[in-house]
Unconditional design. Structure first.
Ligand SMILES: *[C@@H]1O[C@H](CO)[C@@H](O)[C@H](O)[C@H]1NC(C)=O
Ligand SMILES: *[C@@H]1O[C@H](CO)[C@@H](O)[C@H](O)[C@H]1NC(C)=O
Ligand SMILES: *[C@@H]1O[C@H](CO)[C@@H](O)[C@H](O)[C@H]1NC(C)=O
Ligand SMILES: *[C@@H]1O[C@H](CO)[C@@H](O)[C@H](O)[C@H]1NC(C)=O
Ligand SMILES: *[C@@H]1O[C@H](CO)[C@@H](O)[C@H](O)[C@H]1NC(C)=O
Length: 487
């Protein structure tokens, strides 16, 4: 297994390395197209760069985001158009002189003079939209606002560029039409067609990843649009994955603080109105009555409880275990219906967990005596963001040689010992912390470890002692019972 660190802005503050003394004349963008897919808690941005090399041997292409964009961006990924392999990206700290963030994308092959390539850079922004108006009554619609910058930044010259902002539905309430675009265009710059607003084309743009360009030419744009789903934010997730060899079980327990980040409910909540809206199928978009989660195949015994107790209104459609390689296409569906509909601005805290056969996510390598277990970082609720996550993996008692391979670097990592009933020395545990997780971050944490034979024996001894204790107690009570009956 190899470590595949994927760099994430704001997580890795590598210093500006010498390789980033990039030459603004090594490439030229023949065309740049940015597509922004508006959503609720998440906004997906795809930028396509048609690139021409101006030098022999050009291998490092530099992508740039403004300070504000970089703060909102929690995932970045680059590929060659039409290929599935992701390219290595090196993230650099804010360049204070230019006021921009730079990302080094390593091309698979060096380009010769006039060589061309099309790069696709995907990013996911979190917390990039906000409800507008801020409040809505129970029967009112939900609309959100998104703000961005007009020009895509690049350290290279760009022959032509445009930005498309795509709303989920064509009923767009308003959008900015920027003016005074100086040398880049003479035509109308903003056009709406269906649910898409197109800005541009703009032509002959000089290198723009610098303060001079930003101050002189950059313009803000805003789009106000309808959004027909609740905006779900998990403000805190505490996930505990407990590996049990004794029970051949993997238990995943999630303590979840959910927040409806849509417009705050104006006035009192009326259950009668809610029932009637449910009856006529006209529930306002900012009301969250239920949601679905996709769990792996083979999962069983799900539990769902809140502060009051078990919530019985959930439905579970399991699929049986399948071979590990086939797991990506199949899932069990858990439909969760909280105790009350979660209105805009409201919170709902609950615990959700399940068990699965350990064999579904573990493997044993007899040659090295190592176990390998895969634990998902989180299980996303579609379209939601996890602000703060703590993921803890609890290993079997006596586990040694623990090594962890997260799919992307955590903000912090700590080790501890977890002691439960029947444990003698306690179980080693590793905890990771993350922020701003999206559905892109649902990757697997691989953990490898060994369990010495003596640890198995220790467990057997502890259990045997407990059993003997119970047995003795049973004998004792039986004797007592007998005596009572005979008396
Ligand atoms: C480009 O560079 C490669 C090696 O870096 C060299 O073999 C080739 O001759 C160069 N081509 C030109 C046109 O200079
Ligand atoms: C998480 O997102 C918030 C809001 O977009 C941002 O301010 C913060 O810097 C992000 N944190 C990390 C660690 O990315
Ligand atoms: C690159 O293209 C330009 C213009 O199309 C041409 O003048 C030049 O000779 C080309 N250079 C090479 C090395 O092919
Ligand atoms: C909740 O449900 C579980 C099984 O689904 C059961 O074992 C437990 O006793 C229940 N707890 C309460 C408080 O009803
Ligand atoms: C919801 O939780 C957040 C913290 O996560 C808190 O700031 C806010 O006041 C809570 N809202 C309500 C209505 O309790």
């Amino acid at each position: 297994m190899t470590r595949r660190w994927r760099t994430i802005p704001l997580l890795l503050f590598s210093l500006l390395s010498p390789s980033l003394v990039y030459a603004a004349h090594s490439f030229e963008n023949t065309a740049v197209v940015r597509t922004i897919e508006l959503g609720g808690a998440l906004v997906h941005v795809t930028t396509t760069y048609a690139v021409k090399s101006l030098e022999n041997g050009s291998k490092d292409y530099v992508v740039s985001l403004s300070e504000d964009e970089a703060e909102k961006t929690s995932w970045i990924e680059a590929k060659i158009k039409g290929q599935s392999e992701t390219l290595t990206i090196q993230t650099h700290a804010l360049n204070p002189q230019d006021g921009v963030f730079l990302y080094n994308v390593q091309l698979p092959n060096a380009l010769g003079v006039n060589g061309t390539i099309t790069l696709v850079v995907d990013t996911v922004q979190t917390h990039a939209t906000y409800p507008w108006p801020r409040e809505a009554a129970q029967n009112e619609e939900q609309s959100l606002k998104y703000e961005s910058d007009l020009f895509v930044l690049s350290p290279y010259k760009t022959a032509t560029q445009r930005t498309k902002i795509r709303a989920p539905v064509p009923r767009i309430i308003s959008f900015t039409t920027p003016e005074d675009l100086g040398p880049f265009t003479t035509d109308s710059v903003a056009t709406k067609s269906g649910a898409t607003i197109t800005y541009g084309p703009f032509s002959s743009i000089p290198p723009s990843a610098n303060k001079k360009f930003l101050e002189k030419h950059q313009k803000p744009v805003a789009v106000h649009y309808h959004y027909e789903y609740p905006v779900v934010e998990i403000t805190k997730l505490v996930r505990t994955a407990e590996i049990s060899h004794w029970g051949a079980n993997l238990n995943i327990d999630n303590q979840i603080d959910l927040h409806n980040a849509g417009p705050t409910l104006k006035g009192q909540f009326s259950r009668l109105e809610h029932q009637s809206q449910m009856f006529y199928g006209r529930l306002a978009a900012h009301v969250l009555p239920a949601f679905n989660m996709h769990l792996p195949p083979g999962v069983h015994s799900p539990y769902f409880y809140d502060l009051i107790g078990n919530v019985s209104t959930s439905r579970f459609r399991p699929v049986p275990s399948v071979p590990k390689a086939a797991q990506a296409n199949q899932f069990s569906v858990l439909e969760l219906r909280p105790r009350y509909p979660v209105m805009g601005g409201w919170n709902y805290s609950f615990t959700l967990g399940w068990d699965s056969p350990l064999a579904d996510s573990a493997a044993y390598d007899a040659a090295t005596g190592q176990y390998i277990v895969a634990v998902p970082v989180h299980t996303p609720i579609a379209g939601s963001v996890v602000d703060d996550a703590e993921v803890k993996i609890i290993f079997p008692e006596g586990a040694t040689d623990i090594e962890i391979f997260p799919p992307f670097p955590p903000l912090s990592e700590s080790r501890s010992t977890h002691i439960t009933y029947l444990d003698t020395t306690g179980r080693p545990a590793v905890t990771f912390k993350y922020k701003n997780l999206t559905e892109k971050h649902a990757g697997l944490i691989y953990a490898s470890y060994k369990v010495p034979f003596s640890a198995h024996l220790q467990k057997t001894k502890a259990v045997a002692t407990a059993f003997l204790g119970l047995f003795a107690l049973a004998l004792l009570t039986k004797r007592v019972d007998l005596r009572l009956i005979k008396a």
